[in-house]
Design a protein around this ligand. Structure first.
Ligand SMILES: Nc1nc2c(c(=O)[nH]1)N[C@H]1C(S)=C(S)[C@@H](COP(=O)(O)OP(=O)(O)OC[C@H]3O[C@@H](n4cnc5c(=O)[nH]c(N)nc54)[C@H](O)[C@@H]3O)O[C@H]1N2
Ligand SMILES: Nc1nc2c(c(=O)[nH]1)N[C@H]1C(S)=C(S)[C@@H](COP(=O)(O)OP(=O)(O)OC[C@H]3O[C@@H](n4cnc5c(=O)[nH]c(N)nc54)[C@H](O)[C@@H]3O)O[C@H]1N2
Ligand code: SF4
Ligand SMILES: [Mo]
Length: 624
């Protein structure tokens, strides 16, 4: 039997569970592709986390003075009373990818959609880039994993050596050249053959500049352009202003490095476009422009962003969107700022108090009693600490589920390999029980058994749930790279699809501010987002700055959202004007770092521009 790690992670490692004395002892990474016999510090810690002191074992109700353990009956009575009392449009559910299982993450949204509550737009991570790329290609999926070991690779806005360890290993082991484009000297940048350091938010200029060179030197694939694309002439005219001089002036990339990157592209590399690009200023536009380089090269499988859309899994069906819709949709980056629009917040599979911009305002509203906050989670995180109602969930090792990857094409049936705490209840059971209490259990969305819903949702993969159960792991077929569901049915250099939606047909560039500092967030090897701090401790409340920007060993980062106080370390690997915070944690006073994060949604998929958070940096006034 095999099982897949359900973390929000490119790699989706596949393991063989190893038992000792009848109990799960460890998870052995399979030696085969795509897990290659190794895993990360988090994957190795999941077994230990089964008995983490942070586990939620029983339902908890937080009263005026103390938090009490209560029965499920009592906790659900309280929750259903709060849900009944609120207008549905004043209830919001916040769920994200703490666990990528189809039953754990997706199915529970059914209950809220049929009630007509508000929803987030699920934009925190990759929506901006996906929607941006779709404007030109009609889809956003790209290269299959094997390609990373066959061709040179560009890791663009991604510290792959830290956050995509198997993609990185494939590229490095193949000994093909590797390029990286980043604003910080990350581990990936330091070991790349061609590191390209750009100013934050200027990638779109770099990418359009590359296209201009490819066109000028007639190095594009005229046959592909002729047969499969639309609007090439207008694109050619448009990119003409992105000269090497302009690229250098805007991006800070020296001319010689720029030409080396152009040459690198002429070797037909795979570009792994980091999800991070969508969280930057002009980030959707950068994703558009980078993807179009591969249209010029006649290489429709040449870029990779997210392959979630390639497998034919019907996520909307699981969420019940064929029969019901949320009454309102709020961009994830604005939920904190707009918390006064809600009376009840129901969370599962996410830790919004810590991970969302202004998530601290969700906790503050709960503290004031302005909202009822309920959370279903295996672990006490910041959201559970702030919640009135905390409900215990099993971890991924304690329940059956179906797990897909947004990178590789293996679909895995996970069987439970450990016993959950006796009172932990899985997400699907909980919402169905709640539906009974709310009197909506006869609705077709709730009547359908969750596993039957999964069976329908995976039909598009070519497999049934039964086959999946029997085989454990199945390899999904490579998607079609030559069909483009755009307005013209072609790859649109000039996007008619965008025009129809009132969006710009060509990638846009608005110069980012150079007078403020940019706070950005490279990944930590110890955590997956906010998870695993129970094992590895809190990320240090500290930032790194360029020695020229150093104003003292403690700094206040301030903007219109608020202020956080952190230790500061001078580091020449951080460029001037950039402030680097690693991990997702809190400041010296315990305030979430995201209290100052930029929540402003991007124009295409609504992802907040959190990796280009403008701040003023001043010495701390208080002593810590
Ligand atoms: N170890 C580890 N692995 C993880 C995660 C984790 O927390 N830890 N998180 C998982 C999740 S949810 C995701 S979405 C992915 C994260 O993966 P991605 O979001 O794809 O990228 P990261 O590796 O976090 O690196 C983002 C890089 O972008 C750089 N950057 C910031 N602004 C700019 C810019 O304007 N231009 C360019 N070119 N670069 C910029 C940062 O310096 C950083 O090095 O990784 C997943 N894997
Ligand atoms: N400052 C800053 N903020 C960021 C980022 C950053 O790099 N810097 N990255 C952003 C990105 S890319 C992302 S994707 C988001 C991630 O944001 P989240 O999805 O909120 O983050 P996680 O820490 O992965 O999610 C965690 C919660 O899921 C719960 N969970 C885990 N497994 C299960 C389960 O089986 N069932 C249930 N019910 N709950 C479970 C755990 O309790 C955990 O606290 O954060 C974003 N926020
Ligand atoms: S967190 Fe990522 S790298 Fe680590 S075990 Fe899970 S899928 Fe693999
Ligand atoms: Mo993410």
């Amino acid at each position: 039997m095999l099982l897949a790690c359900t973390r929000d992670c490119y790699d989706t490692c596949i393991f063989r569970p190893i038992y000792e004395g009848g109990r799960l002892a460890r998870l052995l990474p399979i030696g085969d592709f795509p897990t290659l016999g190794f895993t990360c510090a988090r994957g190795a810690a999941d077994v230990k986390r089964l008995s983490s002191p942070r586990r939620v074992k029983r339902p908890l109700l937080r009263g005026e003075r103390q938090t009490l353990e209560v029965s499920w009956e009592r906790a659900l009575e309280e929750l259903s009373a709060r849900l009944k009392a609120a207008d549905p449009s004043r209830i919001i559910h916040i769920d994200y990818d703490g666990n990528q299982g189809l039953l754990t993450w997706y199915y529970p949204a059914r209950l809220f959609n049929l009630l007509g509550t508000a929803s987030t737009d699920y934009s925190i991570c990759s929506a901006e880039g996906s929607e941006a790329i779709k404007l030109h290609w009609g889809r956003s999926y790209g290269a299959m994993p094997e390609e990373l070991s066959k061709r040179p690779v560009v890791f663009w806005a991604l510290d792959a050596a830290t956050s995509f360890i198997h993609g990185w290993a494939l590229a490095k082991r193949a000994k093909n050249p590797v390029a990286a484009v980043d604003v910080v000297w990350t581990k990936t940048m330091k070991s790349a053959d061609l590191p390209v350091a750009v100013r934050p938010g200027t990638d779109v200029v770099l990418a359009l500049g590359i296209s201009r060179e490819i066109i000028q030197h007639k190095s594009y694939d005229a046959g592909f352009v002729e047969r499969y694309t639309y609007g090439f002439d207008r694109f050619m005219e448009y990119v003409d202003k992105f000269t090497p001089e302009y690229v250098e002036a805007e991006t800070g990339v020296p001319r010689t490095v720029f030409y080396n990157l152009v040459d690198f592209y002429l070797r037909r590399p795979i570009t792994v476009i980091g999800f991070a690009i969508g969280r930057t200023e002009n980030g959707g536009d950068a994703a558009r422009a980078i993807s179009l380089i591969h249209a010029l090269l006649g290489d429709p499988a040449g870029f990779y962003y997210s392959n979630s859309g390639a497998w034919g899994i019907d996520f909307a069906y699981l969420r019940g969107l064929h029969l019901a819709k949320p009454s309102k949709v709020v961009p994830m980056g604005l939920v904190g700022a707009r918390i006064s629009e809600f009376d009840v917040v129901y969370v599962w599979n996410a830790n919004p108090v810590l991970t969302l911009p202004q998530g601290d305002r969700i906790a503050a509203a709960a503290e004031r009693g302005d909202v009822t906050l309920a959370v279903h989670t295996p672990f006490v995180d910041e959201t559970a600490e702030a919640a009135h109602i905390v409900l215990p969930a099993p971890t991924y090792l304690e329940k059956d589920d179906v797990v897909y990857s947004y990178w590789h094409n293996y679909l895995v049936y996970n069987s439970a390999v450990a016993e959950p705490p006796s009172e932990a209840v899985r997400e699907t059971h909980l919402v169905r029980r709640l539906a009974e209490m709310l009197g909506v259990s006869s609705h077709p969305l709730m009547r359908e058994d969750p596993w039957d819903a999964v069976d329908v949702a995976v039909r598009g993969t070519g497999f049934t749930l039964k086959e999946l159960r029997e085989r454990g792991v199945v390899k999904l077929k490579t998607p079609d790279y030559y069909t483009y569901p755009t307005a013209t049915g072609k790859v649109e250099f000039y996007s008619e699809t965008a025009l129809r939606r009132g969006l710009p047909p060509l990638p846009q560039y608005k110069p980012p501010s150079r007078s403020l500092h940019v706070l950005t967030f490279p990944p930590s090897p110890l955590y997956t987002n906010s998870q695993f701090r129970d094992i590895y401790g809190e990320p240090p409340p500290a930032v790194r700055v360029n020695p020229a920007d150093y104003v003292g060993d403690c700094v206040a980062l301030r903007n219109e959202h608020g202020e956080v106080h952190v230790k500061a370390v001078a580091d020449p690997e951080v460029p001037r004007g950039v402030v680097v915070y690693v991990g997702i944690g809190r400041d010296l006073r315990g305030i979430p770092i995201n209290a100052v994060a930029r929540g402003e949604p991007g124009p295409y998929g609504g992802t907040p521009k959190l990796y280009t958070t403008y701040v003023q940096v001043e010495p701390c006034r208080d002593k810590y």
